[in-house]
Design a protein around this ligand. Sequence first.
Ligand code: R1P
Length: 296
Amino acid sequence: MGNIALTGNSKKVEFNPRNYDDLIKLTESVRKQVDLKEVPTIGIICGSGLGGIGGHIKDAQTLPFKQIVGFPTTSVIGHKGNLVFGYLGGKYVVCLQGRCHPYEHGMDLALCAMPVRLMHQLGVETLIVSNAAGSANPKFNYGELMIIKDHIFMPGLAGFSPLVGVNDPRFGARFVSLNDAYDRQLRQLAQTVAKDLNIVLHEGVYVMSGGPQYETPAEVVFYKTVGVDALGMSTCHEVTVARQCGIKVLGFSLICNICNTDAEKSVDVSHEEVLKAAKFSGDNACSFVIEFISRL
Ligand SMILES: O=P(O)(O)O[C@H]1O[C@H](CO)[C@@H](O)[C@H]1O
């Protein structure tokens, strides 16, 4: 995958997401465009329809992705495409109000995970990553939350990892351990928070498919058989890069549809349905994130 030619102020600029110096330049351009009040040590990535989390940020400064030269765009409905800085749960945070999906960018995983490297440069130590997902677990209901305890990164297993290519050691280790990728202490805290808020919080395994097509019934059965609880098209590339940077991760899925395992049944899934579910349970997700951050 080559460099991306981008136009900023009518000047053609090359940005290579695998080039550390380009990342530093991009970070500097972000710093110049916002007046950071503190070091944001907490990062948040909002999944489909979950951008409302960013709407709760106080003293917010909003920087649209398109104002940052080199930043990938997001075209998926339910993803606003803003970087929001400000206070949430009493802490200074940086929030990606919308994410860049690999299927939107020719499966350029390094490009889509670059915002996590930016967060690291800005001082993020803990990342809360969210997504909208389908459920393969009969115990999960529409609108409930699931903490990710582990993942299956299908594109990564097929060689589409954000870490593929020459590794500049300034990004982190060449070989990254993904044992305990989803921090155990953060998961325990999440359970305590959910209990106190009376929110149902499952724990399970998330799979990332390349997408953008949803799974066939046979694919859902396949995933179920290998221990998957929630299905989506994001998150794993971001978590992989976060771990390379040494960022601790809490990941959660909002269950937006129940995946069909029967080819004889006609069950439609659509992004509209996913967004409807995210809207239906978005408030729960917001309260959960705010309370979780306040206890960090
Ligand atoms: O993972 P997020 O960004 O929440 O989005 C999910 O929703 C979209 C499909 O409806 C896919 O992009 C899937 O990954």
